[in-house]
Design a protein around this ligand. Sequence first.
Ligand code: GTP
Ligand code: MG
Length: 330
Amino acid sequence: MPANLPPEYFEAEKRFKQASTPAEKIAALENLISTVPKHKGTDKLRADLRRKLSQLRKDAASKKKGGRGDLYVVPKEGAAQIALVGFPNSGKSSLLACLTNANPVIADYPISTLTPLPGMMPFEDIQIQLVDLPPIGNEATDGWVSGIMRYADALLMVLDLTEDPEVQAELIIEQLERWNIYIVGNSKFQIPNPKSRVGVFKKALIVANKKDASGSEDAFKRLKERYGHLYCCIPVSAQEKENLNEIKRAIFSISEIIRVYSKPPGKEPDFSMPFTIPSGSTILDLAESIHKDFFHGLKFARVWGSAKFEGQRVEKNFVLKDKDIVEINV
Ligand SMILES: Nc1nc2c(ncn2[C@@H]2O[C@H](COP(=O)(O)OP(=O)(O)OP(=O)(O)O)[C@@H](O)[C@H]2O)c(=O)[nH]1
Ligand SMILES: [Mg+2]
């Protein structure tokens, strides 16, 4: 990274990283480019940013053209993408409305959701994207619905406590396996069908909705007995807005991401916007995700948080933990 970048550059860079929609990203990147002083030392940076801008514009233009492709892919935004899976009327859209900024159709007739609808869920200082989908078991939509599940980072299985939730769970797991999607709970030892080698493994969480309804306590007990050892099961009520914080925390947990705050050498840490990286990432992975110059020029790093002592100098392969503060020295 060139030296002598003005403070406005770092401000603009922060806004660019915070931008979530394609239009916001384009506007923020245009602004970022305008803050880079024009001289020989910044030629490469300006070229890199221009290339990025042209790619963003291309992506936005191809999305605008519309067509059926729009139905099949929901561009990932935020720290992770979680797809909602369930049978008709289980309350997927109601949960999306409670947890995110989206306004889905909620109705007491089945298959009220016909197209995918994303929404952003704030969790502490990050945003996670949830994608509401039509119910599974509908030939007309199953093809692209399963495609979105395959592409998502994790799945939220939404069950209806008034309709034998343990049977719904069993049917959903069977259906997913027919699509070669195998869902796993929080530990890698909890693979329900360890013999299966083909297909994708997805982290999943069970949300048992309508806990306000009568008989829901017994229904949840049955569900927990059958699936509690495999998956995290949370009883909730979208209607009464009960246990929503528990869902948020559990979604963050199955997303398997960590937040890391950067600290420029000799300065205070920047708590305004964490970097989100996969759990298990090292200092070198972090450096790569920030900027390739950091990756190539990395000399050493100091870590506050999970290191043995505050500000400890660590190796490049040091594995970071959620909420670590990292000072990268290039
Ligand atoms: N009692 C109760 N009813 C709920 C709750 N959440 C949703 N409902 C009702 O259940 C019905 C279905 O809700 P939706 O959110 O549209 O369900 P969905 O899973 O999105 O349905 P599809 O899009 O058809 O798959 C509506 O009548 C909701 O008002 C809840 O927590 N308790
Ligand atoms: Mg719906």
